[in-house]
Design a protein. Structure first.
Lengths: 292, 292
């Protein structure tokens, strides 16, 4: 028997449509799939792809769902939940897949009717592409899904969502919201910020430099840019929702950059090689762990 | 008939041994291969690999060479050339493969006897590995080899070295030294500096963060770290030899980072998405050019 009778996915983009594809291909997640989006064209595409039993632009259908996955940009989540709220039955699980917690959890909790279980989750999987055609059923395979229950989340709902992500192919970890945001600032948000910026810098320098970058990208630059193709609104939302933690992590990084710059300026050979060696050690461990 | 009668490679590491492998596999570069290194163990390995007709720790054999490739870290080049200099015959071509020009060219020119042709070159190809076992004959295939002749380099010698790199599989471009250093600062040296530093920052933060980085590297961090495994001495030399241009490029980048940080701090949505969009455009062009 599938985990849920009726699963509703709101925002069938990269993440949402990957969940839908997984649900279709394994049959383990739900008997019936409802898909909601604000754009009829997107819903039409979802129907063409055979990824929904019902599609809707209206939140009222949420009353038919046992589980609602809100897979829209971080700052759009609150409004979506507000519109859903009157239609949610007690016993329904609602989750988002937001890349940052920030203040989100308390706003969402304050919107939900009694008896609805909120289980924030964050699948640590993605690509630089977006939209309903970008998803694939294996996206979460062997990747982490972080579960970040609020103090009010019922254990049974955590258990269900653990099964949900495991059926998606992911490995599940429970984590606290502040720890989540600190870790994601370091492993994901800061790298994205730097990737967007280095592309911007190259672009600003001169047209000579722009074409040189395009010619010689393989020399190191290219590695920095894969993630820079990601969606602007999604990343604007992440950067602003994790503002304080991200800026603090950036400060740490800038202090380390400054210290490397000082060592180069002063010709302090030992300091330079020490920093390079320390930097290498994390990379080497990644290689040993076959994650590189 | 091969391009040179006798080719001498000094420093048979990643780059040097790739040239030797290419020479062996195509027969186009030289009839005879001499390899010099300061470490007898390295020379023994080169003999085991069948990559040399003669090996030596002594510079005297340079008198037998028509072309000498000095493939050692940037700041070791000058001393190597000083030791070779008394043994070089007029008509011999000497080249290095240094990743930065800086002050190198004038120092080398002042060391060379009359009639020896110096043709600085920089193959824009590499990996994060080093040593005689890291090389491979296809390393330069379809990559750029930049030729940076000095005002005193004879045209015939430029022509020979153009053939040399083309026989290695590379596409050749002639470029001025200062332009070379500015471009490489942007496409290669700055990305490496940031890659080493972000690994260092993660490592410095806490052991919790270190292990989180290892768990969740796939979320963006990993892309930044491939190049951070590269050799510390090679990079120390590059950073210090290109000091002024690198620090200037870093300053431009830091100003752009600061401006992104300000936009995030102020919640200036338009400024954030504008910057992200500008950053994406270079990446998109790379994808269109099939270089990504
Ligand atoms: N991409 C990743 O790497 C990744 C990884 C983990 C978590 N996440 C999180 O997953 C969520 C979705 O990201 P995604 O990559 O799947 O994005 P996506 O492919 O761009 O899909 C976003 C979906 O949200 C809808 N949407 C956008 N703005 C909306 C609004 N104001 N109101 C209602 N719906 C809106 C879009 O609908 P239309 O197409 O009709 O505009 C689309 O269906 C985000 O919260 C993101 O932080 C992303
Ligand atoms: N790797 C890249 O991505 C890349 C790309 C383009 C250009 N380059 C340039 O190519 C050159 C060589 O780099 P590589 O990657 O081939 O390095 P590598 O694999 O580490 O090889 C360096 C070679 O130089 C020798 N060497 C080191 N220090 C020396 C010294 N003080 N005196 C004499 N010989 C010394 C080493 O000998 P031992 O093994 O005996 O120590 C080794 O044979 C550098 O100038 C670098 O800037 C590198």
């Amino acid at each position: 028997m599938p985990l849920f009778k009726t699963l509703m996915v709101i925002g069938p983009g990269l993440i949402g449509s990957s969940i839908l594809r997984r649900a279709r291909s394994t049959g383990q997640l739900a008997e019936r799939l409802i898909v909601m989006d604000k754009e009829p064209a997107v819903l039409k595409r979802i129907e063409e792809l055979g990824l929904a039993d019902s599609v809707t632009t209206e939140p009222a259908m949420a009353e038919e769902a046992d589980c609602v996955v809100v897979s829209v940009p971080v700052r759009a989540i609150e409004n979506v939940v507000r519109s859903l709220s009157p239609h949610l039955r007690p016993g329904t699980i609602i989750t988002d897949v937001a890349s940052v917690r920030g203040e989100l959890d308390s706003s969402i909790l304050s919107l939900l009717p009694h008896g609805v279980e909120y289980v924030p989750s964050h699948p640590m999987a993605g690509t630089e592409f977006s939209g309903p055609d970008a998803g694939f059923a294996e996206l979460f395979e062997n990747r982490w899904a972080l579960l970040i229950p609020t103090p009010e989340t019922a254990p049974w709902a955590c258990g269900k969502m653990q099964n949900f992500w495991e059926f998606c192919g992911a490995r599940v970890k429970f984590i606290k919201a502040d720890e989540h945001d600190r870790i994601c600032a370091m492993v994901s948000h800061l790298p994205h910020l730097l990737a967007f910026t280095i592309c911007d810098t190259a672009d600003n320098l001169s047209s000579e430099m722009r074409s040189a970058v395009l010619d010689y990208a393989a020399s190191g630059f290219r590695d920095f840019t894969r993630i820079a193709a990601s969606d602007p609104v999604m990343w604007r939302d992440i950067f602003t929702a994790n503002r304080d933690v991200l800026l603090e992590t950036l400060d740490r990084f800038l202090r380390d950059v400054q210290s490397m710059a000082d060592a180069i300026r002063d010709g302090d050979d030992d300091a330079i090689t020490e920093k390079i060696k320390r930097g290498r050690s994390i990379r080497r461990t990644l290689i040993q762990n076959k994650q590189a």
